[in-house]
Design a protein around this ligand. Sequence first.
Ligand code: FPP
Length: 242
Amino acid sequence: MSKIPRHVSIIMDGNGRWARQRGLERLEGHKAGVESVRAATEFAAENGIGFLSLFAFSEENWMRPESEIMGLMELMVGAIIGETSTLMENNIIFKVIGDKSRLSAGLNEKIDEIERKSSVNTGLTMIIFLSYSGKWDILQAAVKYAEMVKSGELSLDEPVSSDFFASLLSTAGIPDPDLLIRTSGEQRISNYMLWQSAYTEFYFTDVLWPDFRKNDFRMALETYSARERRYGKTRDQINNSI
Ligand code: FPP
């Protein structure tokens, strides 16, 4: 692994299928997936990855059966609270990104508390995308922009730079993902970081999320290492700039 990506993001998929294959309830798949979250976080910290983001619950996931949503939320609150001391011991900065207005007051309180506590850390930044969608993110940035124009803070005569618009996204201050891993054989972006993944390298694996372990993460990084990122330029331009 010669190139270590600064930001790795994972669409954790296949929990339901993992459970079904074993004749278990879907929630059992999500519970098993928490162990994979732990393994991925450890691997990221051990290998000097700066940012690890995990797509845990999409805006569209609110359409799932109430019982699954409740179970998943409880599971995540439990895991987040239960892991706080481990996050602190391992110098991990913890952040949640998404439409927090749809989360319960209790969950928001816990998230705020852990975000505040871990903000003094200086190691890996772990980001959980919760109640998130890429279209939601772009829309909320557009609304912020419109409000700035309305209040006179910005003028429509000034051109809008891509960097400025990115500063209005919910991911402001976080580098765009270099590598996006999706498990379970699905090959789509599912309304995840649409703006931020403009030049992201994608890696798809058939491994179901509850089975994803450090070795699977290592394989993704090895594949990434062998990729040539050109950002629309020619190979000669890239080679000459090194
Ligand atoms: C997708 O599998 C997975 C989810 C919707 C939930 C992922 C959440 C966790 C693993 C818990 C994470 C915990 C923390 C603390 C971040 P799916 O249900 O869509 O699987 P399927 O496609 O096989 O049905």
